[in-house]
Design a protein around this ligand. Structure first.
Ligand code: NAD
Length: 482
């Protein structure tokens, strides 16, 4: 049995109370490793290591910091096979996806911020006629906390850590207890890359115990969190009275608006991905699909045909399109929504059932599921399911489509399929979302701001937005004599 220890002050160490959690392989339902169940005292140790490392790290030259981040990126790339296999085993996602997306992106995160920090400059404002010069210092905050979810484990963990350390902070980070393996393996890479001890400390454990201890820690001055909206609200309640800086990337229920004038074939193949990639467990998946009435029946027929070709199976199998859901409890949650959909009058056009995979009978497999709904406000269309389930609904006019798209508490992303430029311009402005994709999906340039509006979060990650979050701006105002 493998023991996933904490990585504190450059070393792997047991949790102080020697308490461990079970870690499951979703493809077969078996416990295959134990995770440190860290307590407040472990977080305190991680904090002390980070605080000790901060004075030197924050004074390390930009060139040196950049080199270390790029070495980490290179090492992640060199360990692609091992890390991808670990991610797939821990999460249930197809190995091919982990290899093509998760791990390359984790490497890009370090490479991108290793380069971005060399271009991050502060502003100067000359108060002309007043003999005054202002400049802005952007100083690292100190020790910061990074907390990430299970759906894109190393991808999202590194998306926070890389800008935090690039900007000169030291970090106490917690990956999801559901998928801790690649974060655990990252420790070795950090050591090999020569990251000074204590700059990045990784503590494992549950949200209410370990995560809460990070958020509550009086000296951890900023929290970057990605996860569910209810958890984000709880974190905000804890952190706000302590005046911590907060970045919250939360849930989504993203609309796809499909107009008859779109490039139909491209739309169909991308919609297949935006619906079911990573078993539908991406916060950016388009789970509400609205189709212009004139092509509704055709879309329905073609989409069902395409979805029926998707292969649900062993994540290691190269032919698998859809692997296992992340956990038994998550599978049961997703199934409960399929039941709710039926009670609400939704019609299951495809899927809805578990899949038994040969030799992996205890794995958490579910068919990709398409539900036709009549009411935009039904629960299955309003609440985040975060699984391989999408709803279909026709619309008659652009105004109706927009109103339905915005009539939800979330506002993370929206995807628009049309070749009408005027419509594109109008809707892009009016859609309530942090990201609007037009004739594409999950097309990411890491320089762009990333985040949501409404209950999808507060703040932006990506590019200089992330470096701004992880620094405090200080205005220095100097007057001089003529
Ligand atoms: P979650 O909120 O249950 O957990 C996320 C992380 O927070 C985990 O590490 C967990 O241990 C920790 N946590 C839980 N309670 C905590 C507490 N009280 N204090 C501190 N930390 C705590 O979310 P999840 O189930 O792991 O992930 C799925 C959710 O994440 C979905 O809602 C999805 O939309 C969202 N998500 C959002 C984005 C985005 O960029 N907006 C990206 C990916 C996932």
């Amino acid at each position: 049995m493998q023991y996933l220890k904490n990585y504190i002050d450059g070393d792997y160490i047991d949790p102080i109370e020697n308490d461990w959690l079970d870690n499951y392989n979703p493809s077969n339902g078996e416990v295959y490793s134990k995770i440190a169940k860290s307590k407040k005292a472990d977080v305190e140790n991680a904090y002390r290591a980070a605080a000790k490392a901060f004075p030197e790290w924050s004074n390390t030259t930009i060139d040196e910091r950049s080199k270390i981040l790029i070495r980490i990126a290179d090492l992640i790339e060199q360990n692609l096979d091992t890390l991808a296999a670990a991610e797939s085993k821990d999460n249930g996602k197809p190995l091919s996806l982990a290899k093509a997306v998760d791990i390359p992106r984790a490497s890009s995160n370090f490479r991108f911020f290793g380069n971005a920090i060399t271009q991050f400059a502060s502003e100067a404002h000359e108060s002309v006629g007043m003999n005054t010069m202002n400049y802005t210092l952007r100083q690292p905050i100190g020790v910061v906390g990074c907390i990430s979810p299970w759906n894109l484990p190393l991808y999202l963990f590194t998306w926070k850590i890389a800008p935090a350390i690039a900007a000169g902070n030291c970090v106490v980070a917690k990956p999801s207890e559901v998928t801790p393996l690649t974060a655990f393996l990252l420790g070795e890479i950090l050591t090999q890359a020569g990251l000074p001890k204590g700059v990045l400390n990784i503590v494992h454990g549950t949200g209410p115990e370990t995560g809460q201890a990070i958020v509550e820690h009086p000296q951890i001055k900023a929290i970057s969190f990605t996860g569910g909206t209810a958890t984000g609200a709880h974190i905000a309640r804890t952190a706000a009275p302590m005046f911590k800086k907060l970045s919250l990337e939360l849930g989504g229920k993203n609309p796809n608006l499909i107009f008859a004038d779109c490039d139909y074939d491209k739309m169909l193949s991308v919609t297949l991905k935006s619906s079911f990639a990573n078993q539908g467990q991406i916060c950016l998946c388009g789970s509400r699909i609205y189709i212009e009435a004139s092509i509704f029946e055709k879309f329905k027929k073609d989409f069902v045909a395409k979805v029926s070709e998707l292969k649900v199976g062993n994540p290691k199998d190269a032919k698998t399109n859809i692997g296992a859901l992340v956990s038994k409890s998550h599978l049961e949650k997703v199934e409960s929504y399929i039941k709710i959909a039926q009670e609400e009058g939704g019609v299951i056009l495809f899927g809805g059932n578990r899949v038994e995979v040969k030799n992996l009978e205890n794995g958490y497999y579910l068919q990709p599921t398409i539900i036709e709904i009549k009411d935009n406000n039904c629960r299955v269309n309003q609440e985040e399911i975060f699984g391989p389930v999408v709803t279909l609904m026709p619309f008659e006019t652009e105004a109706e489509a927009l109103a339905m798209a915005n009539d939800v508490k979330y506002g993370l992303s929206a995807t628009l399929w049309t070749n009408n430029l005027n419509r594109t311009m109008r809707l892009s402005k009016k859609l309530e979302a942090g990201i609007v994709w037009v004739n594409t999906w999950l097309n990411r340039d890491l320089r762009t701001p990333f985040g949501g509006v409404k209950e999808s979060g507060v703040g932006r990650e990506g590019g200089f937005e992330a470096l701004k979050f992880f620094t405090e701006a200080k205005n220095v105002c100097i007057t001089y004599e003529n």
